[in-house]
Design a protein around this ligand. Structure first.
Ligand code: LRH
Ligand code: MN
Length: 429
């Protein structure tokens, strides 16, 4: 395996910080021991935790107003894989990439799979794209895709999704994420029931094409690009569609796809209760689908989501294997730094949720002792788990301080010399 960042640079940095890490880890270990928690057990759990990075997050993102590229950002899937390998080499918790088609289409998927493996990377869910028209496309998605009035357009969308399954199969993926932006901007523009029925008709064809070990992850979204109604607008529409399709259809929660202040952790519990919790697109937001860095605006919500996931893992329903993926748009930061920081924030919430004294929590809930139930969560949330994550990371060959080593590596500056400049533009990619 030829990893992008010099192993010596990481080793020197870790050696310089080893005493500090050992001291912090030992102190936290003593604190957790008083609560009857063995820190090494938590470290092992953290070492086993991972979240996938989106190929489209490796480049700068933008809004409808503008996108401001940075020198040295990736211009194709090969350069995106290099950058994803940097994130995994330093952070040691993002060993899979979630690709998006046709943005990441190549002529030889077997070669791409080997190329990724050579960088220590595998593949997570593949994402179809029926929200943009591609050059030479026969039918426009301007009036929707799977729910379009025009049958040929619907068939084109179905065929694209089935092709995504085939491309994903060659990469070793086993999940297809289907997000459609289908919806309306005007009352009366489309019939709510008939547009959903058309969506379901197409989704059934895609479902029928799934290999036995594959899942179809339905991603709901309240609005954008449609601003009056969206065909799969909320978890209710998503779970009903998934139940209609069958056991291989599950629901994916993109944290930014809800109205502000929606109780997303309760949606996690509901989807799990009915065996339909398929996966996550982690990010953060303050207003709309802002696609900001995970945990950067509302880290407590992210913790509460992982608290529900810890409960769900302890009480499986049709198993428990949600796909964890990041889905962000890095408009003002270096995408690598944002994904290093976001993966850390996500892993921190996973670790904090595993520190919750569930017996104390459940006991207080049963006793209607509201304050002690809340305190059972708050005590875990207040623990600084950074030494545990750093220990797990360093033991796995990663960096003690991922951002410090990334900057010391001058990776972006070096890539700015090698890679061609990305032109000005707008939009998420
Ligand atoms: C839609 C979405 C979806 C992706 C796209 C890049 O907002 O979250 O998951 O296909 O972003
Ligand atoms: Mn998403």
């Amino acid at each position: 395996m030829n990893l992008p960042i010099s192993g010596d640079l990481i080793a020197q940095h870790n050696a310089a910080n080893a005493a500090a890490l050992d001291e912090d880890y030992a102190a936290l270990g003593r604190k957790l021991e008083r609560a009857g928690i063995a820190i090494d057990t938590v470290k092992e759990r953290v070492a086993g935790f991972s979240v996938a990075v989106p190929s489209w997050g490796a480049g700068r993102g933008g809004t409808r107003f503008a996108k401001f590229p940075i020198p040295g950002e990736p211009t194709n899937i090969h350069e995106k894989l290099e950058d994803c390998a940097v994130i995994n080499q330093l952070g040691r918790c993002t060993p899979r990439v979630s690709p998006h088609f046709p943005w990441d289409r190549v002529s030889d998927f077997k070669a791409l799979r080997e190329e990724a493996a050579g960088l220590g990377l595998g593949w997570d869910a593949v994402n179809s794209n029926t929200f943009q028209d591609q050059a030479g496309q026969a039918h426009t998605y301007a009036n929707g895709s799977l729910s379009a009035q025009d049958a040929a357009t619907r068939q084109q969308a179905v065929d694209h999704n089935i092709e995504c399954i085939e491309m994903g199969r060659q990469l070793g993926s086993t999940d297809l994420t289907v997000w459609v932006g289908d919806g309306t901007n005007f009352p009366g523009q489309q019939d709510f029931a008939r547009s959903l029925d058309r969506y379901l008709e197409g989704a059934e064809q895609i479902y029928a094409a799934l290999p036995d070990d594959w899942r179809m992850l339905l991603e709901h979204k309240m609005f954008e690009p449609a601003f009056y109604s969206t065909v799969i607008s909320d978890w209710g529409s998503s779970i009903l569609a998934a139940q209609e399709l069958g056991p291989k259809a599950k629901c994916l929660i993109d944290l930014g796809h809800h109205a502000p202040n929606v109780n997303i952790e309760q949606i996690v519990a509901r989807l799990h209760r009915f065996g339909k919790l398929g996966g996550f697109h982690f990010n953060d937001s303050k207003y709309g689908d802002d696609d900001l860095d995970s945990g950067s605006i509302n880290p407590h919500q992210l913790f509460l989501v992982f608290n529900e996931l810890a409960e769900a893992e302890a009480h499986p329903r049709d198993g428990f294997s949600p796909s964890y993926m990041i889905d962000q748009s890095h408009n003002v930061t270096d995408p690598i730094e944002s994904m290093l920081s976001s993966a850390e924030a996500i892993a921190q919430c996973y670790a904090k949720a595993s520190l919750v004294d569930r017996a104390a929590l459940h006991g207080a809930q049963e006793a209607n002792d509201t304050m002690m139930a809340f305190q059972a969560l708050r005590r875990a949330y207040n623990v600084d788990v950074a030494p545990i994550l750093a220990k797990a990371r360093v033991e796995a060959g990663g960096a003690y301080d991922v951002l410090a080593v990334y900057r010391e590596s001058r990776w972006r500056e070096r890539k700015a010399q090698e890679r061609k400049a990305v032109g000005l533009g707008t939009g998420i990619v």
